[in-house]
Design a protein around this ligand. Sequence first.
Ligand code: E4P
Length: 225
Amino acid sequence: MIYMLDTANLEAIKKAVDLYPLEGVTTNPSIVAKENKPLKDILMGIREVIGSERMLHAQVMGETADVMVREADAMREVDPELIIKVPVTPQGIKAMKALKAKGIRVTATAILTPQQALMAAKAGAEFLAPYVNRLDNICGDGTLVAAEIAHLISVYDLDAKVLAASFKNVQQVHEVAKAGAQTVTIAPDVFDQLLKHPLTDSGVAGFTADWEAVYGAGTTVLDAL
Ligand code: E4P
């Protein structure tokens, strides 16, 4: 499983890079707009925090393939390693083919059906991003869509990965992990929840109390050897 963080907030990214086995950061136009700064500053700021090894995904906004490709080129002048997110519209699919031909890595985004994902993979997208919670919210089945995309990748031996996105709770992340999604991108608040369990907290508190009763408050293994 590849974990990515779905945010452009530098404090949240710093925290996640420090704590978690994070392999990338994804953004979308809404996430970028929340930061209310020039896009160049946002991309450079994130790259500085995540380093050269982790992935950074940023989305184009144009309505035509031609504009999308020019946006991708311009963003990659700021960050040459950038992975370009493109929505699965007809013009988006055309842009994916053009970007693939230029050797640019692509994430197909705003995926709500397995057929959109299949078409995007055939057009050269490396990551396929189904929106799990947005489907669940309209009485759809986001996990099933992610699972069917994973199945299609396997059946047709496609050179693509599911990048499941749009989560509002831990159970949704767990369900897509079981369904074989290779990658997830998760907002910081849900990411933190992945490790939460009251019995873990009470277990650790119990170990601390037993230890400190013998070895003293605030001591560690280093003090007791
Ligand atoms: C990532 O690719 C998506 O843009 C994102 O996960 C959407 O999440 P939301 O449905 O919470 O806006």
